[in-house]
Design a protein around this ligand. Structure first.
Ligand code: FCB
Length: 482
């Protein structure tokens, strides 16, 4: 979809004062030290060690060795001049088996990190769950059983008491769609289960966990600002045919509405409940009162955006081909009966994700119109490219700079359109373990030499620092040009 902006290319656009510039990481993707200081095993440790689960047999055993290089990484953040740093806490470091007393050594690590940020005048933004569920909880059913949400509430209580005096901004969950639908439905992420009924139940129990955490954070930390981070997308039908419009609506239901509607409207979308009616246990796990728990008032919404999607009904793949699209050969959720299309001529990242920044603007406007006027933080946005260290020892990632410039411009368009966006976090500070794709996809603005762990700032690092320091971006003409 094209957005029409009033900005000219080359115009320097200033952001509102206090706009929160940051960068983000996640525990399992960077920490390593998986056996240190009594850390327990997570589902990602188990999954990544299963043959064939992750590209090249990669795993997070060493990661970016952040656990040992934390001071070096803090210094990088200071040099970048970010106002905020979003990181996640590994539940198995805090509660090695997922229940019972806290492991003080695990908490101490995050205490050091928080103190190090505050000493550098950087605001810690904590994600309480970025996918590393303690394995013993998975052994009892994981997210498709209700008890996991209750255990999560206990864990949040421990962390809130330990860090609450110094952390104001809390994100309950990162991308519960990925935890539920990729983890229990498609089986592409840990724990690697392929069962749509379990995925739907996990969807509900993750949201329940979020809802249970909100009052715990509020009662322990009087100044707490609490939100949830969702990975949302902009789905467009490949044609105006009613079947394709319906297909885009189903895909949107699964990715966006199954999360936005319970959190902001206190209900699940009827069409999705109907769609998953025969998948057991599915949404039959919902109990009276759950939706009130899930839909309590928040302080902000975190949005992760990477790419837009164009889809058609599965029966219309041929028409889409005739219309010039490349049609994806298969789908990870056959029950949705949608086919993804590639728009000819559109650039892609190394993830094969299409680059279209105006999708972010339309998504943000839609959130404001249909769901909430709360402050929004872009808690992740960024791109993987085939970076390399050139003979001079530099990583000149101009394609990443262009991607970031376009997407930051798109955020500015949304602000102009009246959306209350208050911050932006680049994914990611470091090249890291990109889940099922291992170390093959580099998202960092800092290059990491695996496995030595040596860091090297890419060109995008200097560009982002300039953006932060000037609190402005040179408007990218390419936004909305498609
Ligand atoms: C998001 C994840 C993040 C990272 C990016 C590329 O889905 O939250 O950990 O892997 O994608």
């Amino acid at each position: 979809m094209s957005m029409h902006s009033t900005h000219e290319g080359g115009t320097s656009l200033v952001f509102p004062p206090g706009f929160l510039w940051g960068t983000a990481t996640a525990s399992y993707q960077i920490e390593g030290a998986v056996h240190e200081d009594e850390r327990g095993t997570s589902i990602w440790d188990t999954f990544s060690h299963q043959p064939g689960a992750v590209w090249n047999g990669d795993n997070g055993d060493v990661g970016c060795d952040h656990y040992h290089r934390v001071n070096e990484d803090l210094d990088l953040l200071a040099e970048l001049d970010v106002a905020a740093y979003r990181f996640s806490i590994a539940w198995p470091r805090v509660q090695p088996t997922g229940s019972g007393p806290a492991n003080q050594k695990g908490l101490d690590f995050y205490r050091r990190l928080v103190d190090g940020l505050l000493a550098r005048d950087i605001e810690p933004t904590v994600t309480l769950y970025h996918w590393d569920l303690p394995q013993p909880l998975e052994d009892k059913g994981g997210w498709w059983v209700r008890e996991t949400a209750e255990r999560y509430a206990d864990y949040v209580d421990i962390v809130a008491r330990a860090l609450g005096s110094d952390v104001e901004r809390w994100i309950t969950l990162n991308e519960p769609w990925c935890s539920s639908w990729l983890g229990y439905g498609a089986g592409r992420h840990a724990p690697g289960i392929q069962d749509i009924g379990k995925a739907a139940a996990a969807n509900h129990h993750l949201l329940l966990a979020h809802g249970l955490a909100v009052p715990i954070l509020r009662s322990t930390i009087s100044s707490a600002k609490v939100g949830i981070t969702l990975n949302l997308g902009d789905y467009q039908p490949g044609s105006q045919h009613e079947l394709d419009i319906a297909a885009a609506h189903r895909a949107d239901g699964n990715l966006n509405r199954l999360f936005l509607e319970p959190v902001f409207h206190g209900q699940y979308p009827e069409d999705m409940l109907e769609h998953y009616r025969d998948s057991k246990p599915g949404f039959s796990v919902i109990r009276d009162g759950d939706l009130e728990i899930i839909s309590q008032p928040l302080d902000f919404l975190g949005v992760n955006y990477y790419f837009p999607s164009t889809v058609v009904d599965v029966s219309r793949a041929k028409e889409a081909r005739v219309a010039g699209y490349f049609v994806a050969p298969g789908e990870q959720f056959p029950d949705l009966r949608v086919r993804s299309l590639e728009t000819p001529g559109r650039d892609k990242t190394a993830m094969d994700w299409e680059i279209e920044a105006s999708g972010l603007t339309s998504l943000l406007i839609r959130i404001r119109e249909e769901y909430t006027t709360l402050p929004i933080y872009i808690t992740e946005n960024g791109a993987a490219f085939d970076d390399y260290v050139d003979p001079n020892g530099d990583v000149k990632d101009h394609n990443r700079v262009a991607y970031l410039q376009e997407h930051i411009s798109a955020v500015r368009d949304a602000i102009d359109a009246g959306v209350n966006v208050q911050g932006y976090f680049v994914w990611s500070l470091l090249d890291n373990f990109e889940w099922a794709l291992g170390y093959s996809r580099r998202f960092g603005i800092v290059w990491v030499d695996f496995p030595s762990g040596a860091r090297l700032k890419k060109a995008s690092f200097a560009w982002y620092r300039d953006t932060i320091q000037s609190n402005s971006v040179e408007y990218a003409t390419s936004v909305g040009s498609s």
